[in-house]
Design a protein around this ligand. Structure first.
Ligand SMILES: [Zn+2]
Length: 319
C-alpha cells in the first residue's frame, strides 16, 4: 500500500509545553512540532520563530502573555521555511530580523516554499487564510548582529555559523543564561529535514561552531530542550550522526553508480533502527536523499521544491 504523502496523515494535535529556562527565558516545545521561544528585555520582548500562520502564532502568544505583557520589539527568524515565518504578522514586531541569505531565499523561493510546506504538512497551517502574504525581514545582516536587552538582562548575539539546514540559518545566543536557540540546525529526538541543506558544511564546520557555545540550554528546531552541556553536546552529535549516516549511505550508492531509489532504500534501512520512530522521519527522508544526491552531482544551490516536484520525488521513492 502506498504511504500517505509526507505528513498529510499526521492530523493529531500535539501537547505543547512552555518551559521557563531562566529569568525571562521561554521555550515552547510541542512533541516534535516546530519550537518557538522568547527572551525578555528590560522593557520589550525578543521572540524566536513565528509558526506557520498568525492564528497558530497567537496560540503561542496567549501562553506567553500569562507571564509577560511586554511588547514584541524584535522577531528573530532563524531561516526562511514557511512553517517558521508565515505567522509573523501576529507579533506586531517593530523589527523582523533574519540573515541576508534568508532574505534572498524568501525573494527567490518564498512562494514555492509556502505551497510546498502547506502540501506536505497541512496540520501546522491553522486557519491558512489568516496568512497575509510572505514574511519579509525588515533588518538583515551577513554574519553577526547584537540586540542589547537593557537593564541587567545582557545581550542576544545572532550568528550565522555557516551553511547548514539552509543557506541562511542563524542561531541566537544569550550568554547570561547560556541559552542557545539553534533553529533547525539542531534537532533533539526529531528527524532532520535536509531537503534544502548543505550536508557537508552542516555536518562539519557549522555544527562545530554551534557546539563551541557550550550552551546549558539548547532549544533546537524540534523536540525537547536539551539541558546541561552534556545534553546539548549529545543533541548536536545526534544531529551530526544523522547527517553522517546519510552521507555514508547515499554517498556509497552514488559512487557505485546506483539509482536514487537504491540510495533511498539503503539509507532508510541504515537510519530506521535509530531514527525511524522520531517525528517526521518518513516524511523527510525522500526529500533529504534527493537533495544529498543533487549535492553529490555537484548541484551546489538547492533546487526549488514545488508541489509538483514534491509529488514526483515522493512517487519515485515511496510508492
Ligand atoms: Zn526548517
Amino acid at each position: 500500500m502506498a504511504k500517505p504523502f509526507a505528513s498529510t496523515a499526521d492530523t493529531a494535535a500535539k501537547i505543547e509545553t512552555l518551559e521557563i529556562l531562566g529569568d525571562g527565558i521561554y521555550a515552547l516545545t510541542a512533541q516534535g512540532d516546530p519550537n518557538v521561544g522568547a527572551i525578555e528585555g528590560e522593557d520589550f520582548l525578543v521572540c524566536f520563530e513565528a509558526r506557520a500562520t498568525p492564528v497558530a502564532a497567537r496560540d503561542w502568544l496567549v501562553r506567553l502573555r500569562e507571564h509577560t505583557q511586554k511588547p514584541v520589539k524584535y522577531l528573530v527568524l532563524t531561516h526562511y521555511h514557511a512553517v517558521r515565518v508565515l505567522g509573523a504578522s501576529a507579533f506586531d514586531a517593530e523589527c523582523i530580523i533574519a540573515s541576508e541569505a534568508t532574505r534572498k531565499l524568501i525573494d527567490e523561493r518564498g512562494m514555492e516554499d509556502w505551497a510546498s510546506e502547506f502540501g506536505r504538512m497541512p496540520r501546522l497551517f491553522k486557519q491558512p487564510d489568516s496568512i497575509p502574504g510572505l514574511t519579509r525581514p525588515t533588518k538583515t545582516f551577513e554574519r553577526n548582529h547584537v540586540i542589547e536587552l537593557g537593564g541587567d538582562r545582557g545581550r542576544i548575539e545572532l550568528h550565522f555559523c555557516g551553511r547548514g539546514h539552509t543557506a541562511g540559518d542563524i542561531v541566537a545566543w544569550h550568554e547570561k543564561s547560556l541559552t542557545l536557540f539553534a533553529g533547525d540546525l539542531v534537532e533533539a529526538q526529531a528527524a532532520l529535514y535536509t531537503g534544502d541543506a548543505f550536508h557537508m558544511d552542516w555536518s562539519t564546520d557549522t555544527l562545530d561552531r554551534v557546539k563551541s557555545f557550550r550552551s546549558e540550554n539548547l532549544v533546537g528546531g524540534r523536540g525537547p530542550v536539551a539541558k546541561g552541556v552534556a545534553a546539548t553536546d549529545a543533541a548536536i552529535e545526534q544531529t551530526r550522526e544523522f547527517l553522517n549516516s546519510m552521507i555514508e549511505h547515499v554517498g556509497a550508492a552514488h559512487r557505485q553508480g546506483g539509482t536514487l531509489r537504491q540510495a533511498f532504500e539503503a539509507t532508510h534501512a541504515a537510519l530506521d533502527p535509530k531514527f525511524g520512530r522520531w517525528p517526521i522521519f518518513e516524511h523527510c527522508l525522500p526529500f533529504n536523499v534527493q537533495r544529498l544526491w543533487d549535492e553529490l552531482d555537484g548541484i551546489d544551490w538547492p533546487r526549488i521544491w514545488t508541489m509538483e516536484r514534491d509529488r514526483e520525488v515522493w512517487a519515485q521513492l515511496q510508492e
